[in-house]
Each structure stands twice: as C-alpha cells, then as structure tokens.
Design a protein around this ligand. Structure first.
Ligand SMILES: C[S@@+](CC[C@H](N)C(=O)[O-])C[C@H]1O[C@@H](n2cnc3c(N)ncnc32)[C@H](O)[C@@H]1O
Length: 227
C-alpha cells in the first residue's frame, strides 16, 4: 500500500455519484488497457452466451459498455444507473435492433414494478462497502424472477494494472485515490474480494453457482434462492 498522509485523504471527495458524474467522459479509457484485452473478450463472450434471448435488468450500467455487449443477444435490456452524466453517454449509443431502455435509479432504493429474468451488475460489487453487501445482495435477488439468474463481475487486484490502495477503513473497506482530468482528486471505495469471501456472502441465498476467475476480472453467476 502507498504511504499517504491520512489528513490529506480525509479531505478528499468520497461521494461516488459526484465522482462518476465527473468521470463519465473519460470512463471508457479503463477498457483500453492492453493487458486486459484478452480477458475483456472472454467476459464479452460469456455474457453474450448467458444473456441470449433474456429480458435483463442491468444495474450500475455506467456509460453502457456492457449494455452494448449484452444487447447483441438479449431480448431486452433495462439499464439503470444513479449518475445522470454516465446515462447521457449510454443513451447516445446505437444498440442495433435490441430493445434497450434506460432509467436513472439509485439501486439502494430501487424497487422494480416487475421482476426480470436476469440481472447484470458490472463493477459495482467493489464499490459496495462491506457492511452493506448483505443488503445489496438481497436487493439484487429481489429483482429476479424465480429460476432467473444474477451475473456480477468485477476486478481482481493485479499490481501494476490496478491503482494501489491508499487506505483501509475500520470496516476493512479499501480505498483508492483517483485523479480526474479536471484536476479533482477522489477517495473511492474499491474492494477486491477473494473467491472464498464472495462464496461466504452468497451462502444460503444462491444456487447453481459458477465462479469464473480470470487474471484481471472475476465473474459470478448464480440463481437466487427464493425465500
Ligand atoms: C465502475 S462503474 C461501472 C459501470 C459499468 N457497469 C461498467 O462496468 O462499465 C460503477 C457505476 O456504478 C454507478 N453507481 C454507483 N452507486 C450507484 C447506486 N447506488 N445506484 C446505481 N448506480 C450506482 C456509478 O454511477 C457508475 O456508473
């Protein structure tokens, strides 16, 4: 971990919505990293296969990078995010013949009027504070029809490819210091869970579990257990 002055970190912006609103236009640069291209192709293939013909709720869709991938085979995608700026970019894309619609939703308070066959959440797990994960997963499962599926994907920590961690708080959440092109600096919660930790979190609420561990990314697929 990089040595940082704690008092400096405390004055940094920690609001995730502000961060993504400001980052929106430069967000997709993260998908240009050369070392990650092979893994990204693998993820895209897995997602297109899994979601073929399905009606999907996508949470935290961002600029629509994965929306665009799954729209190639899905029956429909309702893509949601809390940030207006990222949604504006997502909405400006051409998704071909697929039925793609968007909603500005805070997933923490989102109660869909209907359930979906499948849910996709890309790179949102890592931003959820550890103490809120149980509630997050309950919300996720509540959005899915009986027999439906949940797909969550996120980063593995690879030194040199990921930003170093700046600090870890009293709950065990790790944070990175991120700079944007406007010169602003943000302290962003970014957790890197192990497979064992993920399995522990979904114990009793998931069945038919598949965990795909690539070098730079992991993908979790399961069916929610309906209580
Ligand atoms: C790392 S980005 C991932 C974007 C996209 N899924 C992707 O993989 O390219 C995280 C996204 O989560 C969104 N987000 C953060 N908190 C949220 C919340 N409470 N409800 C909905 N979206 C949220 C942010 O606005 C941001 O677009």
């Amino acid at each position: 971990m990089e040595k940082n002055n704690l008092s400096q970190l405390l004055y940094m912006n920690t609001d995730l919505v502000t961060y993504y609103n400001k980052r929106a236009k430069e967000y997709e640069a993260i998908y240009q990293k050369p070392e990650r291209q092979e893994d990204l192709k693998t993820l895209a293939t897995l997602l297109r296969d899994h979601f073929a013909g399905k009606n999907i709720l996508e949470i935290a869709c961002g600029t629509g990078y994965w929306t665009n991938v799954i729209a190639k085979t899905a029956a429909s995608v309702f893509a949601t995010d809390i940030s207006e700026a990222v949604l504006e970019i997502a909405k400006s894309k051409n998704y071909g013949a697929a039925r793609v619609s968007f909603g500005m939703e805070d997933f923490d308070n989102y109660r869909p009027t209907k359930r979906f066959e499948s849910l996709l959440g890309g790179f949102i797990w890592s931003h959820i504070h550890l103490q809120d994960l149980k509630k997050f997963l309950e919300n996720v499962n509540r959005c899915v029809l009986p027999g439906g599926s949940v797909v969550l994907l996120d980063n593995n920590y690879v030194p040199g490819s990921n930003l170093p961690l700046s600090t870890i708080n009293e709950h065990g959440n790790s944070f990175q210091t991120r700079k944007l092109s406007d010169g602003s600096t943000h302290l962003v919660c970014k957790n890197f869970p192990s497979e064992a930790f993920i399995m522990k979190q979904i114990e009793g609420i998931a069945t038919d579990i598949r965990f795909i561990n690539l070098e730079y990314y992991w993908m979790l697929i399961y069916r929610p257990v309906q209580h």
